[in-house]
Design a protein around this ligand. Structure first.
Ligand code: 0RA
Length: 692
């Protein structure tokens, strides 16, 4: 995981570095879109294929040689990235005002169809490439830019926006069908973008739109070629939130009964905030919405129009990191100038308001920005024609003009809202006051601890540590219950595996204030065992184990403890999850004794297969494990802990807003969403089954 992150970061840098050439290519390819009649352009293109194709294929060949440079990784995330690319194009058409419906279909063979009802990708000839617009877009690297002048607002960029040609290059086959100007046109590519059926007219149409179908090439995506329904669904839902009014539909044709869901939010990011806050208790019912646009004139006299919108709502939670920021529909994980502008505005506006209304007295010092953000859920979305990205993973927005734009929009519109809604204003200030008091109290407590030397430095007595001191080799098993803890201690590899047994349930950190959390012994044990601090002081480079494995029973209680632990890691040691250091052990559910051998099954499906393979008669007895404690040390080692035989799930976070919602759903006030999760299992984490 860490390795993959590193590659991503490197690749992001490379794709940033080629930014200039992207723009150059755009101009080059589309400086003069020559209008010719369709039949002629197709003939001409035909004649030109031999010459032009060589150059084209060299470009696509480069993508196949270093796919990571274009899509980050060829693992599952890269496979899905192909879909995002094609969907992005359709969303651009929607943002330009020509498309309202986008269908994404996972076909039975794991190919993907993206269908939109936009104007249709141009089918006439592009002078410079000698190919039709569609063929150009799908074969010339970085040609996905603006088609002609005034083609609408084009926002794709950053890590996305590498375009249709990259998808084509990485596909076994790809077909595009365009309905436009009364006709239906088709082109087909095979083997990484080779045109096998040049664009030709196949019929008449009275509608318009583009349908792209592609099958990712298994030679490129060696790890997996199977699309994850939830991953695509979550992405489409996020796109629907970020682009108010655009309807995105997903259909999965793989199951016996196809699955279909639709996402359209006329309230856009306002509804996104409500969605994230589903299980949280708002301080007051309003979601505050601010928006605006500004035209910036650049040194060369050209103008850029920048849009910003912000939606926010305070809840009774204690975290101050509920800000989700986007530029051009892409998450800006590291924040950037839009978030800075927001921080400035919220600090100034809330302090000014609290003073003007005398809700705080003159002696009280100013609230900090974190005070103002405690319990706040906020979505910031900007659309920028020329975004610049910085930071380690190139996910930090760098355009400095954005800071001012966001801060003035939020400053004036949030200020206005507070004046018009004094009850809401009072409730928000009370919440911020509490945050301020909590911060001061926590600081005092921390100082007192330091003075009395009560800081815990010795390892917890319950921890059976491993003998290796090299964190990369070390694993910490957090085990439910003392009896299973005993088996794990006896069965483990003492060199590399440490065991920390937990007594019963740990505290729900989602609902407890800081003081209580720190008094909790189980939590204290985990913090000292892992040895890297917590929250803003958590230093992932200090972790004592590179695998932290949660091992609980396969029952409802085990599920609950696992979720409590994940919530704790998510809130207090998030980089531990983000770095891919957290795992869930997979103990077997069944054991069959047959002719002196033991056979284990990890799910119902495996059990059935096993019965078949062993040709067991119906009714042959098997053991169903109710808990880890039923296994002796040897069995636990063989089935669950032996690195050569075990299967574990690595926890990752795909989408921060989704994860936030999942955790608060699970742990928050409302019981329903939690029940649902426990029975259905989550979507916020991609559950990579790994043989580790
Ligand atoms: C620019 C101009 C025109 C269509 C598109 C872009 C377009 C691109 C994509 C990508 C996916 N779906 C799309 N739909 C449309 C057409 C300009 C015209 O003919 O008036």
């Amino acid at each position: 995981m860490a390795e993959e992150n590193k590659n991503l970061a490197e690749d992001a840098e490379i794709s940033g570095a080629t930014k200039e050439s992207i723009e150059e290519t755009d101009k080059f390819a589309y400086s003069g879109v020559e209008k010719v009649d369709d039949s002629r352009s197709i003939e001409k293109a035909d004649a030109k294929y031999t010459g032009e194709n060589i150059q084209v294929l060299e470009g696509l060949e480069a993508v196949r040689k270093r796919p990571g440079m274009y899509i980050g990784t060829t693992a599952s995330a890269g496979l899905h990235h192909l879909v995002w690319e094609i969907v992005d194009n359709a969303i651009d058409e929607a943002l330009a005002g020509y498309c309202t419906n986008i269908d994404v279909i996972i076909n039975e063979d794991n190919s993907i169809t993206v269908k939109d009802d936009g104007r249709g990708i141009p089918v006439d000839k592009v002078a410079k490439s000698g190919l039709s617009g569609v063929e150009t877009a799908f074969t010339i690297l970085h040609a996905g830019g603006k088609f002609g002048e005034g083609g609408g607002y084009k926002v794709s960029g950053g890590l996305h926006g590498v375009g249709a040609s990259v998808v084509n290059a990485l596909s076994s086959w790809c077909e595009v069908i365009v309905h436009k100007d009364g006709g239906i046109f088709k082109v087909r590519f095979e083997n990484g973008g080779k045109i096998v059926e040049p664009l030709h007219r196949i019929g008449d149409a009275d509608d318009h739109g583009t349908t792209v179908t592609f099958l990712p090439d298994p030679e490129m995506f060696t790890e997996t070629q199977v699309y994850n329904y939830d991953t695509i669904k979550n992405h489409l839902r996020q796109m629907a939130f970020l682009n108010a009014g655009v309807k995105l539909n997903i259909t999965d044709l793989r199951p016996e009964t196809p699955v279909k869901e639709e996402f359209v939010y006329n309230g856009g990011i306002k509804e996104y905030v409500t969605f994230i806050n589903t299980a949280k208790l708002p301080i007051e019912p309003n979601v505050i919405y601010c928006s605006g646009a500004e035209t910036v004139t650049l040194l060369d006299g050209t103008t850029e129009r920048i849009y910003a919108e912000i939606a926010m709502q305070w809840t009774d939670h204690y975290n101050s990191d509920g800000v989700y920021s986007f530029c051009n529909n892409i998450t800006t994980k590291e924040g950037g100038t839009h978030v800075e502008g927001f921080n400035l505005a919220i600090n100034r506006t809330m302090n000014d308001y609290a003073r003007k209304t005398k809700l705080i007295d003159d002696k009280t010092p100013n609230f900090s920005t974190d005070d103002c953000k405690e319990g706040l859920t906020c979505v910031i979305s900007v659309k920028h024609p020329n975004p610049q990205y910085e930071g380690q993973t190139k996910t930090k927005l760098g355009n400095s003009e954005v800071r001012k734009i966001v801060s003035s929009i939020v400053g004036s519109q949030l200020g206005q809202f507070l004046l018009e809604n004094p009850d809401a204003g009072k409730a928000i200030v009370e919440k911020i006051k509490m945050a301020y008091k909590g911060r001061v109290a926590a600081q005092k407590a921390r100082e007192a601890t330091r003075k009395t030397g009560l800081e815990i430095t010795t390892l917890p007595g319950k921890l059976a540590d491993c003998s290796s001191k090299n964190p990369a080799d070390c694993e910490l098993y957090i085990v439910e219950g003392n009896s299973a803890g005993g088996s794990a201690k006896n069965g483990r590899d003492r060199e590399t595996q440490a065991i920390l047994p937990l007594r019963g349930k740990i505290l729900n950190v989602e609902k407890a204030r800081e003081e209580r959390i720190f008094k909790n012994a189980e939590i204290g044990n985990m913090i000292t065992a892992i040895g890297a601090g917590i929250r803003e002081n958590f230093d992932v480079s200090k972790i004592r184990y590179h695998k932290v494995v949660i091992m609980t029973d396969a029952d409802v209680d085990g599920d609950h403890i696992r979720i409590l632990l994940l919530t704790f890691f998510y809130r207090f040691m998030r980089p531990l999850i983000e770095g891919g250091y957290v795992y869930i052990a997979q103990p077997p559910l069944y054991k069959i004794d047959y002719k002196g051998n033991q056979y284990y099954a990890y799910n119902d499906n495996q059990l059935e297969q096993l019965k078949k393979a062993l040709q067991l008669k119906a009714g042959y007895p098997f053991q169903r494990y109710k808990g880890l404690g039923e296994m002796d040390a040897q069995q636990l080692w063989e089935t669950t802990m032996d690195p050569k035989a075990r299967k574990m799930i690595r926890i990752t976070i795909d989408d921060a807003a989704e994860a936030e919602k999942a955790f608060s759903d699970l742990m928050g006030e409302e019981v329903m969403p939690r029940k649902q999760f426990i029975t259905e299992r989550a979507v916020f984490i991609s559950r990579d089954d790994l043989d580790i």
